[in-house]
Design a protein around this ligand. Structure first.
Ligand code: EPU
Length: 355
């Protein structure tokens, strides 16, 4: 039986420890309970918020005036094999990092660089979770979801998911509720080729080399811990929603404008991070722009603070409200725009608030 409650404080369910009360709160532990809770709310014309690990959510201090469905479905099964790949279907409510840890110990490659990411499996396709040279679009082959428009359960293949950088068909709309995700993973003791320069350096290998799955996982965890990006109750820098802004992708004109502004403010020899994208587009680093616009690690506005370990994480060190956090986010966004002409876009999902 699903558990129902009223006026549940959402701060206890977000990694930022922020957010007011939910009018109704349903704890659903089977697919049938999840679907029934959504149908009931939809039929009553109530707003619905689907909650997993709460690691990518910024919830209003006023809370949520509808039904929150906390997805706690569990289970992992091997469903098929093709070539050297094993298909693993995972329920949306499974915690992500323990799943990654099991893949690493079971000799399944493809998600090892995504170690230490908070949240649950159901969230991974939504923003095409990625880090250290891997993202889940490389391994996801199917997402089963409840389609709130038609009331049917549907299976979307990789193309239908329309994955791009931190985006997919599931992001920015409430049509689909992810029920389970199938990953195709390579049976291998070695990692996929290491694609991220910082990780390769840490491992003492060249980009493109492979290491053991465990070596890759351990190195990623160490890098993430150093940036405050592994949840740790004893470390207030981890009371965040991870990267608060996506890395901007610039077209040729925007890039030329940034080059000019960087040269003007930091000198003619100054360089900035650039990662090639499709066409003549280039991705740059939000963390770098924030830093060079003067918002260095540990910068505060009222009780909200930029992490002391990474400028891209906005944190609640304690005593902060969502309004306080958003004031800091706006200060950063305005400051970066003034300095570099780039408008940063928030990466976490905003509930009842806008930037
Ligand atoms: N930098 C600074 N100051 C800082 C931190 C970083 O100037 O305080 C500069 C450095 O020049 C560095 C560059 O920013 O080279 C990039 O930093 P980093 O390598 O830490 O990566 P990122 O671009 O900030 C992205 C993802 C992370 C992912 C890491 C590692 C986004 C928005 N962020 O961060 O993903 O873990 O790469 O792959 O794409 C997430 O999306 O929530 C997330 C944590």
């Amino acid at each position: 039986m699903a558990v129902f409650a009223e006026d549940v404080n959402l701060a206890g369910y977000t990694t930022l420890r922020l957010g007011g009360p939910a009018r109704r709160f349903v704890e659903a532990t089977t697919e049938a309970e999840v679907v029934a809770a959504i149908r009931k709310a939809d039929d009553a014309g109530e707003p619905v918020l689907v909650l997993g690990g709460g690691s990518n959510l910024v919830v209003s201090d006023d809370g949520f005036p509808g039904t929150v469905v906390h997805v706690g479905t569990r289970g992992t099964e091997r469903t098929a094999a093709d070539g050297d790949r094993i298909h693993v279907r995972v329920q949306a409510g499974e915690d992500w990092d323990p799943f990654v840890a099991r893949c690493v110990s079971d000799g399944l490659a493809g998600v090892e660089c995504l170690s230490g990411i908070p949240g649950r499996v159901g969230a991974t396709p939504i923003q095409n979770v990625g880090a250290y040279g891997q993202d889940v679009s490389e391994t996801i082959i199917e997402v089963r979801a409840y389609d709130r428009e038609t009331g049917a359960v549907v299976a979307l293949d990789r193309d239908a998911c329309r994955f791009t950088y931190r985006h997919s068909a599931f992001k920015g709309n409430d049509r689909y509720l992810v029920l389970d995700v199938t990953y195709a993973l390579h049976e291998a003791e070695e990692s996929q080729p290491i694609a991220y320069a910082e990780l390769a350096r840490k491992l003492g290998v060249e980009p493109g080399d492979r290491v053991t799955l465990k070596e890759a996982r351990d190195a990623v965890l160490e890098l993430r811990r150093g940036k405050g990006m592994v949840l740790d109750a004893a470390d207030p820098d981890t009371r965040s929603a991870g990267s608060f802004f996506t890395n901007p992708i610039l077209d040729a004109a925007q890039l030329a404008d940034l080059e000019r502004r960087v040269a003007e403010s930091l000198g003619p020899d100054a360089t900035f991070p650039r990662y090639p994208e499709t066409g003549d587009r280039v991705k740059t680093s939000a963390a770098w722009l924030i830093d060079r616009a003067g918002f260095t690690k540990g910068h505060t506005l009222g009780p909200a603070r930029i992490s002391t370990k990474h400028t891209l994480a906005l944190t609640n060190p304690g005593g902060c409200s969502t309004a306080d956090l958003l004031a800091l986010a706006r200060e950063v966004r305005i400051g970066v725009h003034k300095a570099f002409g780039v408008t940063l876009v928030n990466e976490p999902v905003m509930v009842g608030v806008t930037l």
